[in-house]
Design a protein around this ligand. Structure first.
Ligand code: FES
Length: 267
């Protein structure tokens, strides 16, 4: 039986027969990601107002070197070049940033919204050939699984920050007391949302599910795989909620540190 060969005409860039508002989602993604990139870059370069009391902005955690009491290894090292701008956030933000940039969901989202390749399904592309992620530079996206290991460590560190955010020192007596403020809850929600995003990672499914393309028969592996898959089904939602909340957490700590907002005590 012979099959006729049908050639599909290549549409010009942006041309489509779709009648729906296909451009709306890429536009919203473009605006959302641009807003976050501009704010987080500004906040990271600030280098101040990132800690208040026991609260530490997640953009600055872990604070390897810095002037706040949260610093692991003390103030800015003496060997740091004078000409090079210093901010504790710049030492660590590459890790969660790299995790987001190489995420399978975000890749699809920013390929569409930032360089329209493709702008949306069945909409004309700017290029005739498809190179995929098999050659430079996009082959570097495969580094995602290594960023995952770092992201898991950040979840641990940020969880510890929430624990520390429950203990307030009285500036006069230096007595430490247990207290939960609005900021404590904000930082806890941040860990919850980042956890939902990180533990739903596509690469984590591969890690826990088995070997090669075979699902493991071990009950623990299967249970973990189904938990990760469950989170993965809403990965886009977790991605956006955690992105918004991590930015808001920084803003909250910053506003408290600047004296603009007052942290209310809950317990
Ligand atoms: Fe999105 Fe790994 S696929 S975080």
């Amino acid at each position: 039986m012979s099959h006729p060969i049908v050639t599909v005409p290549q549409r010009a860039f942006g041309r489509t027969m779709r009648r729906d508002a296909w451009w709306l989602q890429p536009l919203l993604v473009f605006l959302g990601l641009t807003t976050f990139i501009v704010y987080s870059t500004w906040a990271a370069f600030q280098g101040e107002h990132y800690a208040w009391g026991p609260y530490l902005s997640p953009f600055y955690s872990p604070e390897l070197f810095g002037d706040s009491p949260h610093s692991w290894f003390g103030p800015k090292p003496s060997w740091w070049p004078q000409w090079l701008l210093f901010s504790p956030a710049l030492l660590i933000l590459w890790a969660p940033g790299g995790f987001r940039v190489t995420c399978y969901y975000y890749r699809g989202a920013y390929y569409k919204s930032f360089w329209g390749d493709p702008p949306a399904c069945t909409v004309g592309e700017p290029r005739q050939e498809y190179l995929g992620e098999h050659s430079l530079p996009l082959i570097l996206q495969n580094i995602h699984r290594y960023f995952l290991y770092l992201a898991l460590m950040f979840i641990l560190i940020l969880s510890h920050d929430v624990w520390k955010a429950m203990w307030f020192a009285d500036p006069a007596t230096e007595r430490v007391t247990f207290r939960i403020g609005v900021g404590t809850v904000i930082l806890a929600v941040n860990v919850f949302l980042l956890g939902g995003y990180t533990f739903g990672c596509h690469s984590l499914r591969h890690l826990v599910g088995g070997f090669g393309d075979q699902l493991s028969r071990a009950p623990l592996c299967q249970k973990t795989y189904s938990c990760v898959s469950c989170l993965n089904r809403r990965h886009m939602l977790w991605a956006w909620m955690s992105l918004f909340w991590v930015g808001f957490s920084d803003l909250y700590v910053r506003m408290c540190a600047m004296g603009v907002w007052r942290d209310l005590r809950i317990i």
